[in-house]
Ligand binder design. Structure first.
Ligand SMILES: [Zn+2]
Ligand SMILES: [Zn+2]
Length: 146
C-alpha cells in the first residue's frame, strides 16, 4: 500500500511539472488524500480529509483542483453518469465491483476479467478509448447483513 502511495505521488509530481502545474502544498495535500484512497471517494469526502490538514481550505478550492487533476489525466471519474461523482486515482487499467446497496466501489485488476472486445459494429465514428466493466452486486458486508 505504501509503495502504491509513493508511486502515485511520484506520478503526480512528474505530471505536474510536465504540464506546468505548480506543485503547491495545497495541491500536494489534496492529491495525497486521493492517492491514499481506495474507496473512490466523492469530492466532498476528499474535502473532509483535506480539511484535517488544511482547516481553512474551501470546498470550491478542492473542486477546482480536482478538475485540474482530471484535465491533467491524474484522476478519472468512475462513471461520469452516476448521480454522485466518484473519483479514482488508480490510473492503471482496471474494472470495478460496485455494491448496489451501499454504493461501495472496489478496484478489480484488469486481468480478473476476460479481455473485452468489440464484436458487433459500433455506431459510425465512435472511437473506443478503453473498456471499463462494472460488476454489479452486493459487497461482503451488505450480503451478510441481508
Ligand atoms: Zn455494500
Ligand atoms: Zn478504480
Amino acid at each position: 500500500m505504501q509503495e502504491t502511495l509513493a508511486r502515485r505521488m511520484e506520478t503526480f509530481r512528474r505530471e505536474c511539472v510536465e504540464r506546468g502545474l505548480a506543485v503547491t502544498h495545497q495541491r500536494a495535500v489534496i492529491y495525497e488524500a486521493l492517492a491514499r484512497s481506495h474507496d473512490h471517494p466523492t469530492p466532498e469526502a476528499v474535502y473532509e480529509t483535506v480539511r484535517e490538514k488544511i482547516p481553512s481550505i474551501s470546498l470550491a478550492t478542492v473542486y477546482k483542483n480536482i478538475r485540474a487533476f482530471e484535465e491533467a489525466g491524474l484522476l478519472r471519474q468512475v462513471t461520469p453518469l452516476h448521480e454522485s461523482v466518484r473519483l479514482d486515482a488508480n490510473l492503471s487499467d482496471h474494472h470495478h465491483l460496485v455494491c448496489l446497496r451501499c454504493k461501495s466501489v472496489t478496484d478489480l485488476p484488469a486481468d480478473s476479467i476476460e479481455p473485452v472486445r468489440v464484436k458487433g459494429r459500433l455506431p459510425t465514428r465512435f472511437r473506443v478509448e478503453r473498456f471499463n466493466v462494472e460488476v454489479l452486486g452486493l459487497c461482503a458486508r451488505c450480503a451478510s447483513s441481508q
